[in-house]
Ligand binder design. Sequence first.
Ligand SMILES: Nc1ncnc2c1ncn2[C@@H]1O[C@H](COP(=O)(O)OP(=O)(O)OP(=O)(O)O)[C@@H](O)[C@H]1O
Ligand SMILES: [Mg+2]
Length: 496
Amino acid sequence: MYLDDKIYLGLADQERVNVPLSVMNRHGLIAGATGTGKTITMKVLAESLSDAGVPVFLCDIKGDVSGLCVPGEKNEGMEKRIDRFGIRDSFEYKSYPVCFWDVYGEKGHPVRATVSDIGPTLMSRILGLTEAQEGVLNIVFRVADDMGMELVDFKDLRSMVNYVAEHKSEYTTVYGNIATASIGAVVRSLLPLEDQGAELFFGEPMLDIRDWIRCAPDGRGYINLLDCVKLSQNPVLYSMFLLWMLSELYETLPEVGDVQKPKLVFFFDEAHMLFKDTPKALVSKIEQVIKLIRSKGVGVFFVTQNPSDIPEAVLAQLSNRIQHALRAYTPMEQKAVRAAAQAFRKNPAFNTEEMITQLGVGEALVSVLDEEGVPSIVQYTKIICPQSLMAQADAVSIQRAREADGMERYDNEVDNYTAFERIAQQLEYEAQQAEMARQQAELDKQRQAMEREEARRIAAREREEQRRRERIERELMNAGKKLIKRGIMNTIKKYL
Ligand SMILES: Nc1ncnc2c1ncn2[C@@H]1O[C@H](COP(=O)(O)OP(=O)(O)OP(=O)(O)O)[C@@H](O)[C@H]1O
Ligand SMILES: [Mg+2]
């Protein structure tokens, strides 16, 4: 909870473990086996930040974070905790200003981005395209640009790719070679994305990322909760979305350096999904964005089962570490525990490696930066309890929060006249042209046939005429011959 200008995270023996607000942009990690308390720790941090007036963004993978919009439940366990943590005077069962989002638009306001905003580079990385295929996708975007075709939703992208594929020979001289195999691969790479619901993610109105950097009228930071129950099952879309969001923030926010109070803090639950089977280029992009975004006053916390789920280069940038219990049955697990322990500054009071395996639920080994930016020695910490409901919120409370957050302008998709519609029209025009050409060719053929027929008729008539003339001549000749013969005979008879 937020107390005395600090985040009171828990108790190490009787000592309070505090996190200064000023180090929340130095990124962090919350790790631990399933059921050890990661999500509750994330909630505690989110509540504290909200109370401090810092907006938060978090992913809800299991649907169990929504309780933030409902006050906590007074019960014996909670009352005991309140006394144990010495917060009787300051603790209040309360709800938080939560804004629900959902890429699929079911459990919150839809989150959309346009295809052109994602751009060919990020798209290629997410789709795992080779250099040659990326080159082709670049051409598709350039052709669209030159033709004045807006690429907004997924059908715009799909029809543009198909259009370029069908007309590739026309573009080769201007844009370079478009290999059949490469464009075919690009077409195929869009299929999994489509199956995962890209049609819903790409479109307008596009999310203005500044809408996530808001405070409620009472001054508390909004907790933007992205329902990822469905999204997390669609890894390509999930990583595209998260990476786009980070890049968008990086591009939108001004440089502020290290600030007393962060502008926004992210929590990525099930972060291993971001890195599983992720192409190298994408990992280095994530690494780069994480590094750069810090000076924009944005903090990023990864929540995952095992620190080894996160690439070394990214892990090295996570300064605030909260390690819940890990199991160590198999040699692999033992190795992971050793690695997790080595990330901490030793505490002479206990053996870090052994302690990681012995932690109870709601307990963690914690090392955070102090105000000078120095990591504290690791502390065995009992994490404080949240003030909002630990369990899931009911549908009515979620609906009420959704109606009160002022973000309803995102609820209805706008389908403008963009590439898909224009290409459909263009194709229709091309089809009409082709049909007209076909009809013309048909007419030409018929005319030629008629001309041939006419010529044949004329020739036949001439031949007939010729034959008649020859017959008459022949008959005349024969008649003449007969007359002459008869005359000669008569003359001969006269003289006989
Ligand atoms: N700080 C805490 N105070 C009180 N109870 C806690 C605390 N942390 C965890 N618990 C209890 O443990 C349960 C499991 O915690 P949580 O859901 O945070 O685990 P998790 O590590 O996120 O598990 P998973 O990996 O399965 O998501 C909670 O529902 C709650 O009852
Ligand atoms: Mg959890």
